[in-house]
Design a protein around this ligand. Structure first.
Ligand code: PLP
Length: 356
C-alpha cells in the first residue's frame, strides 16, 4: 500500500536526496568508498560541507556578515549553548510551548530569564503579538514554528536586542529576513536531513559577545573557527542535507516551496474548517504551514481512535497528535507532496460520509 508520510520529525525527505544517499552509501562520488566510511577530513567531504553552506546561504539569502556551521547534539544542545555563550545577566524568552519551555529551563542555569510574552494562558494556541521588548536583556529568544501546537510566526520581529530563533521546524519553508536575527539555529531532521545534525547561522558581531570562558565544544567560536570540523561532524546527515538543498534549488528555491507550502496548508485547513467531524486547534492567523493540528469536533471526540485506525488503513503515517495536545497533526514539510495532502483530505471526507 502507498504510504503518505506526515511524520513530525525525523520526517519526509525528497526522493532524489534519498536515492542519491543510497548511491553514496554504496560509492561516494566515485571514491570507491561508502559515505559511511570516509574520513571527514577528505577533500571530497570538505566540498560537501562547503556546498551545503553556500546553498543554505543562497537559498535563505544569508548576508555576508553571518557564519554558518553544522554540529551534532540536536537543537536541545543549543538550548544551553546559547545562554552559555550569550546570557551574561538576563535574557528575554517568548514562551510558545514545550520547545521554548525547555530552552528557558536551560537558560536559567546561566542567568535570569524574563518571560517577555507567553501564550500558555490558552494552551499555546496562538503567537503572542504586540509585546514590548525590554532593552536591558542580552537577547530575545523565540521559536518561529511550534511543532507540537501548529503555530507559527508570520513576520520577522523587529528587536532592539539581538534576536535568536529556533527554526527547527520551519527553516527554508518560507522567506525569512535573516538580517533581523542575530542567530538562527535548528535541528535539521525536518526540512533538511535525517536526524543528527544541527545548523547554526550566526551574525559576526555575536562572535565577540561570548560572555564567559567556556569548554571548547560549547563556545560558538570553536565551530566557526574550525569550519564545522572541530570534532567529527555528522558526516552522513550533512551529505543528505546537501542533497536536499540541491533539490530545493532545482525546484525554484524558497519562493517556490513557499508557494507549494501555502497551497498544501490552505487545502488542508479548508477541509478541517469544512468537515463537520473536525476542528482546528490554532487560531487562524497563526496557523503553521508545516504542522497542521486538528482535533475531533465537539461531541465527536469518541471517534478519534477510530479515525486514526481508518487513516492508517488508507496509508496515512504519523498523523497522531503529540501526546501533550492529543488529536491529530499532519506535518507537511517541504518534501511532503500535494498528493499526500489530497489523500488525507479524501480520507477525512470518506470518514465523514461513513459517519453521517
Ligand atoms: C521547534 C523544535 N525545537 C527543538 C526541538 C528539539 O530538537 P532535537 O531533538 O534536535 O534536540 C524540536 C524537536 O522536534 C522542535 O520541533
Amino acid at each position: 500500500m502507498k504510504k503518505y508520510n506526515f511524520n513530525a520529525g525525523p520526517s519526509i525527505l525528497p526522493d532524489v536526496a534519498i536515492e542519491n544517499a543510497a548511491k553514496a552509501i554504496a560509492d561516494f562520488n566515485g571514491t570507491g568508498l561508502s559515505i559511511l566510511s570516509i574520513s571527514h577530513r577528505t577533500k571530497e567531504f570538505e566540498e560537501v560541507v562547503e556546498s551545503a553552506k553556500s546553498l543554505l546561504r543562497e537559498l535563505l539569502g544569508i548576508p555576508d556578515n553571518y557564519k554558518i556551521f553544522f554540529v551534532g547534539g540536536g537543537a536541545s544542545t543549543q538550548f544551553f549553548h546559547i545562554p552559555a555563550n550569550f546570557l551574561a545577566k538576563k535574557a528575554g524568552y517568548v514562551n510558545t510551548g514545550v520547545w521554548t519551555k525547555k530552552a528557558i529551563k536551560e537558560a536559567k542555569h546561566y542567568g535570569e530569564v524574563e518571560i517577555v510574552a507567553s501564550s500558555e494562558d490558552r494552551n499555546f494556541t496562538y503567537i503572542p503579538k504586540n509585546f514590548t521588548i525590554p532593552t536591558d536583556i542580552d537577547y530575545l529568544y523565540i521559536c518561529t514554528n511550534n511543532t507540537i501546537y501548529g503555530t507559527e510566526y508570520k513576520t520577522d520581529i523587529d528587536s532592539p536586542v539581538p534576536l535568536i530563533a529556533d527554526m527547527s521546524s520551519d527553516i527554508l519553508s518560507r522567506p525569512v529576513d535573516v538580517s533581523k536575527y542575530a542567530l538562527i539555529y535548528g535541528g535539521a531532521q525536518k526540512n533538511l536531513a535525517p536526524a543528527g545534525v544541527t545548523f547554526v547561522i550566526v551574525r559576526d558581531d555575536m562572535l565577540q559577545r561570548v560572555v564567559r570562558d567556556l569548554p571548547s565544544m560549547v563556545n560558538v567560536n570553536t565551530h566557526v573557527d574550525n569550519n564545522s570540523m572541530f570534532n567529527t561532524p555528522p558526516v552522513f546527515p550533512i551529505y543528505v542535507m546537501n542533497e536536499t538543498l540541491k533539490w530545493l534549488k532545482s525546484i525554484g528555491g524558497v519562493e517556490e516551496i513557499y508557494r507549494r507550502n501555502l497551497e498544501k496548508a490552505n487545502l488542508l485547513y479548508d477541509e478541517i474548517d469544512r468537515n463537520s467531524l473536525f476542528r482546528p486547534t490554532a487560531v487562524k492567523e497563526d496557523r503553521s504551514l508545516m504542522n497542521i493540528c486538528f482535533v475531533m469536533a465537539e461531541g465527536k471526540e469518541d471517534l478519534a481512535p477510530e479515525f486514526l485506525e481508518f487513516a492508517k488503513s488508507r496509508g496515512m503515517v504519523g498523523i497522531k497528535g503529540h501526546r501533550l495536545v492529543g488529536g491529530f497533526r499532519a506535518s507537511c514539510y517541504n518534501a511532503c507532496p500535494k498528493e499526500s495532502v489530497e489523500a488525507l483530505i479524501a480520507c477525512m471526507r470518506e470518514f465523514e460520509s461513513l459517519k453521517k
